[in-house]
Design a protein. Structure first.
Length: 240
């Protein structure tokens, strides 16, 4: 009986009963998560205030697949079982998860489980796996589908300003000729400079602070443009 006690504790650090995700966030290139049933880490490298968490790296194929599984579990309220690695290979102070698996679900539940993807404006061309969306800056963070290891970002609105040919943000949408590469998002479409049309800017609208101010300079007219990642309009986030 005395000898059995440390053996039980040893295996407890590797396995946890299935539970629901209570916390998930991205830190650098790793996902940090916890569940309501996860056994506190006994790994020597785990900090005292981090023993309730595990990590998954986004720099590996397995890690990105595991993140997709975690998102599925969170959105569909599936339980997950976690096998710990007893090391802190991703973040120095948090134990790494060696394996994560969904608990058994009914056939109907399984058919409804999806990961979260970032798609082009057409809604059918997948760009990558969704990581985060910053509502303040309208920047989407994702891992692309070309198996790159680094996190990538795409801005919902490439420019924080809309430029107008009239006062009080009226008239036509234009682009200052001093910034010919400016791309603007207006009514769900991207617009770029039409260098064949010369005009003037008389006002501009700040998309972050939502105010219109006078702004006088020469300009080009605009035409429909295409974002290098999202296409003719903003990327969308949806279940796969």
């Amino acid at each position: 009986m005395i000898k059995a006690t440390p053996i039980v504790c040893f295996f407890a650090s590797f396995f946890s009963y299935a539970g629901f995700i209570t916390h998930i966030e991205v830190e650098d290139s790793s996902v940090v998560f916890s569940t309501d049933s996860m056994t506190p880490s006994t790994a020597a490298c785990a900090a005292d205030d981090k023993i309730a968490f595990r990590t998954v790296s986004l720099n590996t194929h397995q890690g990105r697949a595991t993140y997709s599984l975690l998102v599925t579990a969170l959105t569909k309220q599936h339980g997950i079982a976690v096998e710990s690695a007893n090391d802190c290979g991703d973040i120095d102070t948090i134990e790494r998860a060696k394996k994560v698996s969904l608990t058994a679900a009914t056939t109907s539940q399984s058919s409804e489980a999806h990961s979260i993807g970032v798609y082009k404006a057409d809604g059918s061309s997948r760009v990558g796996t969704y990581i985060d969306f910053d509502r303040k800056t309208s920047v989407i963070t994702y891992v692309d589908d070309e198996a790159k290891t680094e996190l990538k970002t795409v801005a919902h609105a490439p420019s924080i300003y809309l430029y107008y040919s009239g006062l009080n943000c009226t008239g036509d949408l234009v682009v200052p000729d001093s910034m010919p590469n400016t791309m603007q998002l207006f009514n769900g479409k991207y617009y770029v400079a039409d260098t064949n049309v010369k005009t003037r800017v008389q006002s501009r609208y700040n998309l972050n602070n939502h105010y219109c101010r006078g702004y006088g300079t020469s300009a080009f007219g605009t035409k429909l443009g295409e974002h290098p990642i999202c296409g003719t309009g903003p990327c969308t986030i949806k279940q796969d």
